[in-house]
Design a protein around this ligand. Structure first.
Ligand code: ATP
Ligand code: MG
Length: 337
């Protein structure tokens, strides 16, 4: 069944609204790819089962987040006519493939996966980590392979998960015959945006995010409270640019690269206050986020349309992935009836 098509699959866990990290790590790439003719199909998956793996006690919150994430997609320009938007729990083929793949991966492999190790630490899981959470890389491989996807735009934190998925591809093909093509991670120019607190990664669950749907006032407050250089006390003090979150964001979002380079030089020498660079960043983010807010407001008023987009996308994804699941069963020799 090995197919030579170029299929895109990406997704997000509906553990909260999407933020600037998602935008530069993956969303912008997804929007660009919509007009790239080398892709045959594009799918974006709202990974609600994987959100439940860390929030099992709060399905109602996940449900609300699903709608918010779809609104985030539509507001940044994911176009349902070009990209199929679908929800994971309503696609049986993904769950089925995940179960088959579990036999191809050892518990030790999962425990040593760098992404899982970091997330277990962030979420405070010890030995009591839910099995579903530990199995996340297997489930994610099923997400990708249920669509026969070959390209996955992700942030750099996800690379070890793509490696795990490719390991499953190799094992599956070796055991049951050539079935899946290798998967390529598409890593963006800003593969990991730091949090506003200056820590390693902006994340929904670390409370250090600027959300795409934050109103102007909130963006302003968050930027004004951002981590810069703790040793830069007086305006005249020389400051450090590396590790300074405001400069990381200017690098990621300010289109005037020369202007940013000049500011960095001035900041290093001393004589440039944090307020000046923060005000500039607020302006840059306002320009970026205003069109998203306007688009979001249109969709927010039309709940039926948003539901229809998700329902129709999911129905399409169900029939598409069921064809692949059928072929998988055939390859495995488990289609008895
Ligand atoms: P959680 O805190 O629940 O893990 P998250 O904010 O890390 O949420 P995910 O749903 O885990 O978001 O990630 C979705 C996609 O966005 C992944 O491809 C991930 O690599 C990318 N991504 C998330 N945060 C960032 C970031 N700070 N910089 C770049 N890419 C990111
Ligand atoms: Mg994450």
């Amino acid at each position: 069944m090995k197919q030579e098509q170029n299929i895109l699959l990406t997704g997000d866990r509906p553990t909260g609204k999407l933020h600037l990290g998602h935008l530069v790590g993956s969303l912008q790439e997804r929007v660009t790819i919509q007009d790239d003719p080398s892709y045959d199909r594009r799918f974006v998956l709202v990974a609600d089962i994987q959100a439940l793996a860390s929030h099992a006690g709060d399905p109602q919150a996940i449900k609300e987040n699903v709608r918010d994430v779809v609104l985030d997609y539509l507001s940044v320009g994911i176009d349902p006519a070009k990209t199929t938007i679908c929800v994971q729990s309503a696609i049986p083929a993904i769950a089925e493939l995940a179960i088959y793949f579990m036999n191809l991966v050892s518990v030790a492999q999962l425990q040593h996966n760098p992404t899982i190790k970091t997330e277990m630490k962030d979420k405070g899981f010890g030995a009591s980590v839910p099995l579903g959470f530990l199995a996340h890389p297997v489930h994610q491989a099923a997400d990708i392979l249920a669509f026969g996807a070959t390209r996955v735009p992700v942030g750099s934190d996800q690379e070890p998960l793509i490696e795990q998925a490719n390991d499953i591809v190799k094992k599956f093909n070796a055991l049951y015959g050539e079935t899946f093509s290798p998967i390529k991670a598409i890593i963006s120019k800003t593969p990991r945006l730091v949090g506003i607190d200056g820590t390693a990664k902006m994340s929904k669950s670390l409370g250090n995010a600027i959300f795409l749907s934050d109103p102007s006032k909130v963006v302003e407050e968050k930027v004004m409270a951002m981590y810069t250089d703790p040793a830069h006390i007086q305006v005249s003090d020389p400051g450090t640019v590396e590790g300074n979150a405001v400069f990381s964001y200017l690098d990621a979002f300010d289109p005037d690269k020369e202007g940013v380079a000049e500011l960095k030089e001035q900041y290093r020498k001393g004589g440039l206050g944090d307020v000046v660079i923060k005000k500039r960043l607020i302006g840059v983010l306002e320009t970026l986020l205003t069109p998203f807010r306007e688009k979001r407001a249109v969709y927010e008023k039309d709940a039926d349309l948003v539901e229809t987009i998700l329902r129709e996308g999911t129905a399409e994804a169900c029939s598409y992935t069921e064809e692949i699941a059928k072929k998988v069963r055939n390859m495995m020799g488990i289609s008895y009836l």
